[in-house]
Design a protein. Structure first.
Length: 158
């Protein structure tokens, strides 16, 4: 009897890690998708001497005009240009938050416009998924937050 169980266990065990980590991989991919747009945002700032894009349209126009060399230096791929502006979770265009003033040093800021810094939310999902939204901070961090935290970070959002 034990001899019959061993082949069955050997067949099932490799499937267990994949089944358990599947949700984590999807969440990671969704965060990576927004990270692509954050890299484009960062390249915009570097190319405009610290000035942030005034609108999503300005950021889109900038990205669409990037040369293949510029895309590569920003770690972006040409096939990402059209899709990077739309959330894979809610199917809607990400929201670009207008933040006044120059970019701040890491660790500064409070999440509110004009504060600048690592805790300033610059991009977020319009609706999100299952009561949570992905947000991107000024210095590349992307995380999923619940509605309560989202309202603290982006009080002007609807």
């Amino acid at each position: 009897m034990p001899r019959r169980i061993l082949p069955l266990l050997l067949a099932i065990l490799p499937l267990l890690p994949a089944g358990c980590s599947g949700k984590k991989n999807v969440a990671h991919e969704e965060q990576q998708h927004l990270s692509t747009l954050v890299r484009a945002y960062g390249f915009y700032i570097r190319s405009h001497r610290g000035e942030r894009p005034a609108s999503m349209a300005a950021l889109k126009e900038f990205v669409k005009k990037m040369t293949p060399e510029e895309l590569a230096s920003a770690n972006l791929e040409a096939d990402q240009v059209d899709s990077m502006f739309t959330s894979t979770r809610d199917g809607q265009e990400y929201v670009l938050r207008t933040v006044a003033g120059p970019t701040g040093p890491p660790g500064a800021g409070s999440g509110v416009p004009g504060a600048g810094g690592a805790q300033t939310v610059i991009l977020y999902e319009k609706e999100g998924k299952n009561g949570k939204r992905l947000v991107a901070y000024e210095f590349m961090k992307v995380e999923e937050v619940d509605e309560e935290k989202f309202k603290q970070l982006v009080p002007e959002a609807k």
